[in-house]
Write a protein that binds this ligand. Structure first.
Ligand code: UDP
Length: 503
């Protein structure tokens, strides 16, 4: 509406790949559906990164018209970080807590940015959409006469579990322990192995609790929650989240390029969405997939910043090769080594890469793959994933079932929900500490890739969920708007009516 076109929304993502991409998707979605101008602010390097993503994005370039990217003052050296370290991927794993804590240093430049913006626009922005990890934005919004809406880049179930588990420390559990989580049904047991190691020893005084506890608590004081999920696919998780946060929750996902949502597998989309140079061209990947039969290829990737241990990598490689299953594996140095360093052949069985290439069994992609293109291809049959929420949504939107290997953050809770509630996933391993046996790799692959039995059921469930995900973004589903488009309208009209009441 004309009303909306004069409005402005400011966004504040966490400085992490898996957060920046969905924030940009959300900005586009808001701008496209309502005409509201959106400004994303972050550190200079992250803004550069988003800039290159927008300019390379051939699938949605026309929609980036009213999205501004603004760099706030941030120098990593001023905050005890290595130079040019402005994002969770840029920092050695043992120092990663530092960048989380450093995110709070954006508050001062963010306040002066808002001051200038208000002077220019002549009024406060309609709202600030901030990351769950930028809970301090809630207080800032109040100071400047606007409201804060928290955007969770995770799913409903994972977000609720993550918040509640951090808010109910400590979890002094032994290796066998199962436990209940406040806010979840009594019949729902979590297992110690689903907890990331940061949280197992956390007691409220350690470096991780001191970051997550206040950020989550402050996020829970915001006006509402936007979640990158779909109303119909996570009924249990949404019920829990709504009760837990006790505020409006709008499911506006999936934040994917619209071309992915038009039809199911088989469509070839070549669109650089991530601003990165893949280790192999999308065209070569598609060509490789074209030479394999339908649903026969296993795609393996652990997201943008995780990796597995050297012995796990070795076992995975041996299991893969012996399984005979075709695969595309996004490969990077194992845990304990510099992720951006050279890949050493001794991390894999001798002659592995050459052998699987000659047999046309496997394609190794170093560092970064065109994931969306791969998941959209009809030859892709399953995805071995760390269960990062973006990967989960991308896979399910294409009806591709999962093999789970949660490694960090809320991934253990995502995989639990994918196994128990959606029934689209089998867990192969958890974390980097566990031993992986190549026989388990072979066993799990044969279950998931089997077109009958359990694999067939998982595929059927994934296809059903894929249909729900794609419908949520359609303008007309049996005479009604898809649920995510409707939720976006509801979100915008709620904000506008708040503003009108004030005026
Ligand atoms: N991604 C990609 N190529 C890769 C690895 C990751 O395009 O080789 C993209 C993937 O499509 C997803 C994002 O990076 O959109 C990873 O987000 P996710 O939430 O799955 O995991 P995170 O990186 O946050 O752990």
């Amino acid at each position: 509406s004309d009303n909306a076109c004069n409005e402005h929304i400011v966004m504040l993502p966490m400085m992490a790949q898996g957060h920046l991409i969905p924030f940009l998707g959300l900005a586009k979605q808001i701008n496209q559906t309502s005409g509201i101008e959106v400004t994303i602010v972050s550190t200079p390097l992250n803004i550069n990164y988003l800039n290159s993503t927008i300019s390379k994005d051939s699938t949605q370039s026309s929609s980036s018209a009213k999205i501004n990217l603004v760099a706030l003052h941030f120098k990593s050296e001023e905050h005890g970080l290595p130079p040019n370290c402005e994002n969770t991927e840029a920092i050695p794993l043992h120092q990663i807590a530092l960048i989380f804590h450093a995110s709070a240093f954006l508050e001062v430049p963010f306040r002066s940015f808002l001051q200038d913006l208000i002077a220019k626009d002549g009024k406060a922005p309609l709202c600030i959409v901030s990351d769950v990890f930028m809970g301090w934005a809630n207080e800032v919004a109040k100071c400047f006469g606007t409201i804060n809406v928290t955007f969770s880049t995770g799913g409903a179930y994972g977000t609720a579990a993550y918040a509640s588990i951090w808010q109910h420390l400590p979890h002094r559990l032994t290796d066998k322990d199962e436990f209940n989580v406040p806010g979840f049904p009594d019949s729902c047991y979590f297992h110690i192995s689903q907890l990331h190691k940061f949280i197992r020893d956390a007691d409220g005084t350690d470096i991780w609790s001191r970051f997550f506890q206040p950020q989550i608590a402050n996020s829970l004081k915001s006006f509402g929650f936007l979640v990158n999920t779909v109303e119909e696919i996570e009924p249990l998780g949404l019920d829990i989240l709504r009760k837990y946060v006790n505020m409006p929750v709008w499911c506006i996902g999936p934040l994917l390029p619209s071309t992915m949502l038009l039809d199911q597998s088989g469509s070839t989309i070549i669109g650089q969405r991530t601003g990165r140079v893949p280790g192999v061209s999308p065209e070569k990947c598609i060509q490789w997939l074209d030479n394999h039969s339908g649903c026969s290829v296993l795609y393996i990737s652990f997201g943008s910043q995780n990796t597995v241990s050297p012995s796990q990598m070795m076992a995975l490689a041996m299991g893969l090769e012996e399984s005979g299953q075709p695969f595309i594996w996004v490969i990077r140095p194992p845990f304990g080594y510099d992720l951006r360093g050279e890949f050493k052949p001794e991390w894999l069985p001798e002659g592995f890469e050459k052998r699987v290439a000659e047999k046309k069994q496997g394609l190794l992609v170093h560092r970064w793959a065109p994931q969306l293109e791969i998941l959209c291809h009809k030859s892709t049959g399953a995805f071995l994933t760390h269960c990062g929420w973006n990967s989960v949504m991308e896979s399910l939107s294409q009806g591709v079932p999962l093999i789970g290997w949660p490694l960090a953050a809320e991934q253990g809770y995502n995989s639990k929900m994918l196994v128990e509630n959606m029934e689209v996933c089998i867990v192969l391993a958890k974390g980097v500490q566990s031993n992986l046996d190549k026989e388990d790799v072979k066993r799990v692959i044969s279950i998931v890739m089997d077109k009958g039995g359990k694999g067939g059921e998982m595929k059927k469930n994934a296809v059903k969920i894929g249909e729900l995900i794609r419908s949520s973004m359609k303008n007309d589903v049996g005479g009604k708007k898809g649920s995510s488009l409707q939720a976006m309208d509801d979100f915008v009209s709620t904000l506008l009516s708040l503003k009108n009441r004030e005026a």
